[in-house]
Design a protein around this ligand. Structure first.
Ligand SMILES: [Fe+2]
Ligand SMILES: [Fe+2]
Length: 136
């Protein structure tokens, strides 16, 4: 079974955002599949890459929100900022052997991603889509 399912319910219907989500979901799913054989060094490396992907992705969403004056911008951005901070702290702890890499971190990523998608990204995606069709 796939760890994070990807189907039409996962889509926010803005192509650029969906593609970025899919890329990150793929990374997490691959990590999940290789969890028992992967080295800590490789996990750290992958997480650093994922952190950069996330920053770029959040920047993309925030750019859309600013462009179209999305009313929920501030609270949505706060969630992004908080997640980046927590994830960056986790990576440092992992590098320093203060925490272990296990399924818990993948589960928290999955939970955060799923909740954030349902409660924030989909709403924002609908708004962007409407604005883009007005401009077309
Ligand atoms: Fe978001
Ligand atoms: Fe997102």
């Amino acid at each position: 079974m796939t760890f994070i399912e990807w189907n039409k319910n996962t889509l926010v219907d803005v192509e650029k955002i969906d593609n970025q989500h899919k890329e990150m979901v793929d990374i997490i799913n691959e990590l999940y599949d290789s969890m028992s054989i992967i080295s800590k060094e490789r996990v750290v490396e992958l997480f650093h890459g994922l952190l950069e992907d996330l920053k770029y992705h959040f920047f993309t969403e925030e750019d859309y929100m600013k462009k179209y004056k999305y009313p929920g911008y501030i609270s949505h951005k706060l969630e992004h900022d908080r997640f980046i901070r927590n994830f960056a702290e986790y990576i440092i702890k992992l590098e320093n052997d203060e925490v272990k890499f296990d399924v818990d971190i993948l589960n928290s990523f999955k939970n955060w991603f799923t909740n954030h998608l349902e409660l924030n990204d989909k709403k924002c995606g609908k708004f962007i889509k409407e604005k883009e069709s007005e401009c077309a």
